[in-house]
Design a protein around this ligand. Structure first.
Ligand SMILES: Nc1ncnc2c1ncn2[C@@H]1O[C@H](COP(=O)(O)OP(=O)(O)OP(=O)(O)O)[C@@H](O)[C@H]1O
Length: 609
């Protein structure tokens, strides 16, 4: 007997926008699973509503001349040991079986969610107690819990509903706790706290709407599990007692006569399976309609075109060559491409900037180069050649590259992310996190890795590295955290550092320190740098060449000197430069902004260099 739904854990943590939900409902309902769920629920609902009315009498009237009779025109599935029609009994039992499953699920989900949300509103100690108690209850086998409750409360309908309902509580409590915890740390919840919004109100306004959908999906699938659990309980003699009967009880009675009339056991068994499948189909349809993505939907999406490999000769001085990079995002009717047809090179020891408005595809381009684009997004390209190795396999950049390529990328490429506060694990000291890279990729002993870590922390100008290595990230300033991230990138011997908006989250003085640190590393270690920024001033301060991205393409590849001297050719680049405020602007005049997209239609996307 297993109680509890089975939707993939990772898919449970997706907060879902209601607008998206509405757009997903139609395709979900019209899919084969959705149609199956509707047809199955109609059939089930009919038997639940009218079963006892139509077949109730035939199900209870005993024909003493036909005890355990085989199937006949009068009794299509034969009769049971008491001479009652098997088919009529199975159809009549639908009502009790399904209603009990729904009642137990309602009890289990309601209590579970209440217990699960307690840690969100309780003070820390109370919250810890509830979380630990849930963990202990979850570790207790569900079957034993069901039997214990059933014996304590007493057998019969009420006992069975309470037993199965209580057995479901720990699962839903843990699910609600996990979902609530994943939302509680989000910025909008923290912002509400700062504004003095009470815990209970935060729970209702911010947490509940974001965890509701996965709970509904799991409740629906859980009802199928409850149905099977009831059958098990009645089969053990602890469920429904005579003269009442559910499918479990019929199964119990029928098994003893299986050699006389197999239908007496098979029919209630098939009914349990049918209803269980219907509940699961409902859950699957809800999952699709509410946007809880699953593997089936992804499998049915139109396949992506895979580009043919590029046979263009590669410049031996280039550390990175990108040809025909395209990133595809699954959409309802196929794929959209936020990055489409990007080509560029980065030479050894060169500092190249990528600029462009928000959403132009700068970050995705860098993520793809580092093989960090993950499902459901797909990065494809004719070629991405980094430091002598081809990253593209069969037209796509694998999100989990083979061990050798992963090792190469891990040691020869470093990635510095925008937000230094989320780049480091808050639960671990900084030093071991930096040292870990050396142990993982360079096979260094703990001692060697620690020595190199201290050396690298020193190189990025973190004072007193021996002490700082034993501090947590929250004890570092923003600039120090960013420098620690750069230090971990230097644990190998990188040929390229990709820095994606490394200074955006920092104030201007710290910004300057981080930029000059990158500059020093470039000069001293001859490391190439690909620097992403939406700030032209930042890029022109250290880069020798700039790639201008607009709507997923590189529209201009220009030297910094030409850019600064106003020699940009592409109208978008010129507009981007003109939008940078200057000291000689007329006081009181409005800031220059880039005009709406219509001014740069797709025809003007033709790259210039
Ligand atoms: N996981 C994702 N799923 C769907 N779309 C995505 C995903 N990640 C990025 N996008 C979309 O791809 C486009 C490019 O995103 P990207 O992060 O590369 O932009 P960007 O140029 O780096 O912008 P910013 O300067 O704001 O960071 C955006 O329209 C974004 O909405």
């Amino acid at each position: 007997m297993s109680i509890g739904p089975a939707v993939a854990a990772e898919s449970l943590e997706q907060p879902l926008a209601s607008g998206q939900n509405r757009r997903r409902v139609r395709p979900a309902v019209l899919s084969p699973i959705g149609l199956g769920a509707i047809a199955g629920s109609l059939v089930l609902a009919f038997f639940v509503a009218f079963g006892p009315l139509i077949w109730g009498e035939a199900a209870t009237v005993a024909d003493l001349t036909q005890l355990s009779a085989p199937p006949s025109p009068e009794h299509p599935l034969g009769t049971d040991a008491g001479g009652r029609d098997v088919l009529a009994r199975v159809l009549t039992a639908a009502q009790l079986s399904v209603l009990m499953a729904l009642a137990a699920t309602f009890l289990g989900v309601t209590l579970g969610v209440l217990v699960g949300f307690l840690p969100t509103i309780l003070p820390r100690r109370g919250a810890r107690f509830v979380v630990s108690a849930t963990g202990i209850a979850l570790a207790f086998p569900a079957l034993l819990l069901t039997i214990v409750v059933s014996i304590v409360v007493g057998t019969g309908i009420l006992g069975a509903v309470l037993a199965i309902g209580f057995a479901m509580v720990p699962f839903f409590a843990r699910l609600a706790q996990t979902l609530a915890a994943s939302v509680s740390g989000r910025d909008y919840v923290l912002a509400a706290r700062v504004l003095g919004v009470g815990r209970f109100r935060i729970l209702l306004r911010h947490v509940l709407p974001n965890v509701r959908d996965p709970l509904i999906v799991n409740a629906s699938i859980g009802a199928g599990g409850a149905l099977v659990a009831f059958a098990g309980l009645s089969f053990l003699g602890l469920g429904v007692q005579a003269p009442q009967f559910d499918w479990g009880r019929l199964l119990n009675e029928g098994l003893s006569k299986i050699y006389v009339n197999p239908a007496t056991a098979l029919a209630p068994g098939i009914a349990v399976v049918f209803a269980g499948v219907v509940f699961t189909l409902i859950g699957e349809t809800l999952a699709q309609a509410l946007g809880v993505e699953n593997a089936t939907r992804a499998r049915h999406r139109r396949p992506l075109e895979r580009p043919a490999p590029s046979d263009e000769p590669v410049d031996p001085d280039a550390v990175l060559t990108v040809r025909g990079l395209r990133i595809s995002v699954p959409a309802e009717d196929g794929w959209t491409h936020p990055v489409d047809g990007v080509d560029f090179d980065v030479m050894r020891g060169e500092i190249v900037g990528i600029v462009g408005e928000s959403g132009s595809g700068k970050s995705l381009t860098c993520m793809a180069v580092a093989a960090l684009v993950e499902e459901p997004l797909v990065a494809s390209a004719q070629s991405v050649r980094f430091d002598g190795r081809e990253v593209v396999r069969n037209g796509v950049i694998p999100s989990s590259p083979a061990a050798e390529l992963a090792h190469h990328l891990g040691t020869r490429m470093a990635f510095v992310f925008q937000d230094p506060s989320t780049s480091l694990n808050p639960a671990l000291h900084v030093g071991p996190q930096v040292a870990e890279i050396g142990r993982l990729h360079e096979n260094l002993s703990r001692r060697e890795a620690d020595e190199r870590m201290l050396d690298r922390l020193r190189a990025v100008q973190i004072d007193d590295p021996e002490r700082r290595a034993h501090q947590y990230p929250h004890e570092y300033s923003g600039g120090m955290r960013q420098r620690a991230m750069i230090a971990s990138g230097l644990m190998g011997e990188p040929a390229l550092i990709i820095a994606d908006e490394p200074t955006t989250a920092l104030d201007v003085t710290v910004q300057r320190e981080v930029l000059s640190l990158l500059n020093d590393i470039n000069r001293e270690k001859d490391v190439a740098i690909l620097l992403v920024s939406h700030d032209i001033a930042v890029v022109t301060s250290i880069c020798t060449r700039v790639l201008v991205m607009y709507r997923g393409r590189v529209v201009e590849d220009i030297t910094t000197d030409d850019l600064v001297a106003g020699r940009a050719v592409h109208p978008y680049t010129r507009a981007l430069v003109e939008s940078v405020p200057t000291m000689d602007a007329v006081p009181g005049s409005p800031f220059a902004t880039i005009a709406e997209r219509e001014r740069f239609p797709v025809e003007q996307l033709e790259p210039v260099s």
